[in-house]
Design a protein around this ligand. Structure first.
Ligand SMILES: [Zn+2]
Length: 337
């Protein structure tokens, strides 16, 4: 993924600090919003269902164990043996579930690559689908380094595995939940060389096109993306490309859990897996913490390792997602797309 607004700031800060100038702090503060209630566009008033019933539970320790197991395979760029091992690892956890494999060949800037999206489907009582997605590949340009993407791709893929444990084998009130492990999200070339949007998101774009063609897209009520959500210092950003009303639902869910201080302290424009669905009119939210270490220093570096992550962060995001889908299942009607 990439943030349109943060990258120039980071670059500017690099230049400023090189010049010995101390304006960098002001630059960041100018980008920050301290009030989570601030929104960019007017939103419809939402009627939340009463805050009743037991709050969801999510096993952060088990999700953390999954992160460690994914990372242990090593770097998992497209077409690598490690990538195949992680595909098999994900499949092994979904045995007996209703799984759709979306396999195709992507034509990229650096050649043709096999791509494998994995979709696990858990039925609900209501007509309609909520998609929860995470990419699982690691950055291709970093394939010859020790980069394992513990937070970037690892944490959210593990989160979805634990969500599957929570959803499996239950008759659940609300919409069907489809978990998507999308592939080939990362750019094939550094975005300093090739525009990110023309060189990434291969798997999720294919899925959006496929579901548009077969009519599935019309049934999707919401698309929730998780990315870089394992950072021990958890600060989920407000993404200005996401649907404002869906952010309000997530914030309501976070507030019910007492986790609201981890959400939406800053606004960024994220270019991430959700965009092919945003473009097709599906309400989307990108749950991403794009401050991974000071100034996001660990992002796309070999220092993106499990020691920076926390089971508590996985528990916070996992349980807030579960409460979000519970609220969405009880909201009548959902705001128009
Ligand atoms: Zn990445």
């Amino acid at each position: 993924m990439r943030s349109k607004s943060l990258l120039p700031i980071v670059l500017a800060m690099g230049v400023l600090s090189a010049l010995g100038c101390d304006h960098s702090k002001e630059q960041v503060q100018a980008q920050s919003q301290t009030s989570p209630a601030v929104a960019e566009t007017p939103k419809p008033m939402l009627n939340f269902p009463p805050d009743s019933g037991p709050l969801p539970t999510f096993n952060g320790d088990r999700a953390m164990q999954y992160v460690k197991e994914i990372v242990k395979f090593g770097p998992r760029p497209l077409s690598s043996p490690n990538h195949k091992k992680v595909e098999d690892y994900l499949d092994s956890h979904l045995k007996g579930d209703d799984v759709e494999d979306d396999v195709f060949t992507a034509e990229t800037n650096v050649g043709k690559f096999p791509v494998h999206n994995i979709v696990a489907k858990y039925p609900g009582t209501k007509d309609g689908i909520i998609v929860i997605a995470s990419h699982y590949d690691t950055n291709y340009p970093l394939r010859k380094t020790s980069y394992v993407g513990a937070n970037d791709g690892g944490s959210s893929s593990a989160l979805l595995l634990e969500l599957a444990n929570q959803l499996r084998g239950k008759t659940r009130e609300g919409y069907s939940i489809w978990l998507v492990w999308d592939d080939a999200e990362e750019a094939m070339k550094p975005d300093t060389e090739v525009d990110f949007m023309s060189d990434s998101l291969y798997g999720i774009t294919h899925l959006a096109e496929k579901w548009q063609a077969d009519g599935t897209l019309k049934k999707i009520k919401a698309f929730i993306l998780a990315d870089m959500i394992g950072d021990a210092d958890l600060e989920i950003d407000r993404d200005s490309n996401s649907a404002g009303w869906l952010q309000d639902v997530v914030f309501e869910a976070a507030t019910r859990m007492g986790y609201q201080s981890h959400f939406f302290g800053r606004t960024l424009a994220m270019e991430d897996d959700h965009l092919p669905f945003v473009k097709r009119g599906v309400p989307c939210i990108d749950l991403i913490d794009f401050t991974y270490g000071y100034n996001n220093v660990f992002w796309h570096t070999p220092q993106d390792t499990v020691d920076k992550l926390s089971p508590k962060s996985l528990e916070i995001v996992g349980s807030v997602i579960l409460e979000t889908i519970r609220i969405l299942g009880k909201m009548e009607p959902l705001p128009p797309k």
